[in-house]
Design a protein around this ligand. Structure first.
Ligand SMILES: *Cc1c(COP(=O)(O)O)cnc(C)c1O
Length: 478
């Protein structure tokens, strides 16, 4: 029997790798097996197509291509030019953007490129000029403070972490928290929704240079038209980080006021979350910022990854096909079915539901911390991650929330009926898990008690549920 192209490709690749270091080949095979087995509800993960994956495993990886098309610091980049141009062209068409920069290696890198481009565009400063000709990672903390003093303590207004914002939006563990004097807008304690009047008020008081919208854990749409009006009212540059929901923009689920591209001065994204491409990042902008954005490498990025740009071109071509719009709609339909299933069984959800790809369960309703809930679900074959909820009493480590998302399971083909079953499994596990105690009898935020027999039963139910939806059905590793 002859094998299909995908099976042949991956089997041959593993055979070649196995001849050098069999343990790597085994780990790759084991990873596919594990992914096939687990009910993956991590909101930021997906399954890229075989074509996207295969575009990364080749000699493009050997090329240096610093600079941009037509302005490379290395000779012999004509084929890299081809794939970079294709990726940028697809991105521009897909998102309706004037300019696309497809070199960033990740979402964090894309944000750094954007911040630097905005600063370079907005600020006349000798210190900045000096910093621009040095590698950013050579700047000391004292340099940063000096720089910020001279720049007038550049200000960024972004969404708070516990409301669903991202570390790169001006928080201390990320360099953005050192580059910028940050203030956050949160969500309304009663509804869990962004209060645009409050954002406008904060903007008026704080006068940020950059207003950032975008999130990792906010289960609702954001009105980017209103956010742009707020930015304009205080002369801020409006940046949207659509890392999580780029697939919903690409698939035209988010349109009009909810499509960031026509409203923002600059848009950043990852390519591997709901967009379903290779791991990477991207920046979209108008002509005003294009030159500065294109300086991303070598300003803040290492040499581009041409093999990943090739994969971005493939994935973006896929996202332009009509079936991607259908996929994007099913992501949201599934998230809503999951939310409904949980609500019907009595779960407490942040904002009471969802209109995107993710659902945030407030597990204090089950008497648990996020950490306990995450581990109990994992024991039961359900992969999620803990996440802070607004005004979280348990902080960012233990948390009170579980974030779940549907991009990956939707790629597998699961639909509304399976989402209801998934809600049942989650509710069963969380309802049967109780908090554990420390050795001295005090309540623990990490330990929990769950009957192993129940965990096993749920694991079995989860794998039964998945068995009807094979992952990478065309890939048979033998
Ligand atoms: C995931 C994410 C990022 C970071 O992406 P990486 O590719 O992990 O660097 C940045 N911003 C937001 C909003 C994200 O959700």
């Amino acid at each position: 029997m002859s094998l299909n192209a995908e099976s042949t490709a991956f089997r041959s690749a593993l055979e070649v790798i196995r001849a050098v270091e069999p343990r790597v080949a085994d780990a790759i095979g084991a990873e596919l097996a594990d992914q096939r087995e687990s009910l993956k509800l991590i909101a930021s993960e997906n399954y890229a197509s075989p074509a996207t994956l295969l575009a990364m495993g080749n000699w493009f990886s050997d090329k240096y291509a610093e600079g941009t098309i037509g302005r490379r610091f290395y000779a012999g980049c004509q084929n890299v030019d081809t794939v970079e141009a294709l990726a940028a062209e697809h991105a521009k068409e897909l998102f309706g953007a004037a300019h696309a920069y497809v070199q960033p290696h990740s979402g964090i890198d894309a944000n750094l490129v954007a911040f630097w481009a905005i600063l370079a565009d907005r600020v006349e400063s000798p210190a900045l000029k000096k910093a621009q000709v040095r590698q950013v990672n050579e700047l000391t903390e004292a340099d940063w403070f000096a720089l910020r003093r001279e720049l007038g303590n550049q200000r960024m207004l972004g969404m708070s972490l516990d409301a669903g914002g991202h570390l790169t939006h001006g928080f201390r563990p990320n360099i953005s928290g050192k580059m910028f004097d940050q203030r956050s807008y949160g969500t309304d304690p009663a509804t869990g929704l962004i209060d645009y009047d409050k954002v406008a008020e904060a903007a008026r008081e704080f006068k940020p240079l950059i207003l950032v919208a975008g999130y990792s854990a906010y289960p609702r749409k954001v009105n980017f038209r209103i956010m742009r009006e707020i930015a304009d009212s205080v002369g801020a540059t409006f940046m949207v980080d659509m890392a999580h929901f780029a697939g919903l923009v690409a698939g035209k689920v988010f349109t009009g006021d909810f499509d960031p591209v026509p409203h923002a001065h600059i848009v950043t994204t990852t390519t591997h979350k709901s967009l379903r491409g290779p791991r990477g990042g991207m920046v979209l902008c108008g002509p005003e910022l294009a030159d500065q954005v294109d300086r991303g490498c070598p300003m803040v990025l290492g040499g581009p990854l041409p093999h990943v740009m090739a994969a971005k071109a493939v994935a973006l071509a896929e996202a332009r096909r009509p079936d991607f719009a259908d996929y994007a709609q099913r992501i949201v339909d599934n998230a809503q079915a999951l939310a409904d299933g949980l609500l019907r069984r009595g779960a407490k959800l942040v904002t009471g539901g969802t209109d995107n790809h993710l659902v945030l369960i407030d597990v204090s309703g089950y008497g648990l911390t996020g950490r306990q809930a995450e581990q109990a679900l994992l024991d039961s074959g359900i992969v999620t991650n803990r996440n802070a909820v607004p005004q979280d009493p348990n902080g960012a480590w233990y948390t009170s929330g579980i974030r779940i998302g549907t991009p990956a399971l939707t790629t597998r083909g699961l639909g509304a009926a399976e989402m209801d079953t998934t809600a049942e499994l989650i509710h069963t596990v969380l309802g049967q898990t109780t908090p554990g105690a420390n050795a001295d009898g005090t309540p623990s935020k990490a330990k929990y008690v769950l009957d192993p027999a129940l965990a096993e039963t749920v694991s079995k139910q989860a794998s039964d549920l998945l068995s009807g939806f094979p992952l990478y059905p065309a890939v048979d590793l033998g």
